[in-house]
Design a protein. Sequence first.
Length: 189
Amino acid sequence: MQKIAIFASGSGSNFQAIINSIENGFITNVSCEILVCDKPNAFVIERANRLGISTLVLNPKDFNSKESYELEILNKLNEKEINFIVLAGYMRLIGSTLLNAYEGRMVNIHPSLLPKYKGKDAIKQAYEANELEYGITVHYVDSGMDTGSIIEQMSLTTDSRDLSYIESEIHKLEHILYPKVIKSLLSEV
Ligand code: GRF
């Protein structure tokens, strides 16, 4: 059994999609042992509570360094024997403490066709550039922002100028692709 931790900062729709895929048997041999969240008011915490998944909610401002913040997380991950980290809307760069422990065992999803449109508001960046091709990328995490090696991408071609429509279509793709990639990286065939 692979024990994963999911890190998220926001609404947690990707978190939910992954848990659904574990619960409905699409992803096998994987259990999500903990949600790590850096935003005490994030909706994802409510989702985890409803699903009965334990949470570690920490405010980085309560720590005097990134290292001490990440050490607290790392201790918890060690205690729970976590062997893989899934970032799902975790709006923070991973520092050396977690990277040294989990590099090659940590993935992220980003709503653009990387290497284009890294960082925040990636869908809006593509929209403002009048792109006709949008997309999503699952990649390994390294010390940069959305720079790790690419595992899989999916694209969406549209000439719509309705940003909220594009965003919702992109999120639908994320909820398909991320569980699929996690399954292929982690499950027994
Ligand atoms: C997703 O678009 C993901 O690609 C990005 O952050 C967003 C998180 O959305 N990294 P949600 O919290 O999973 O709904």
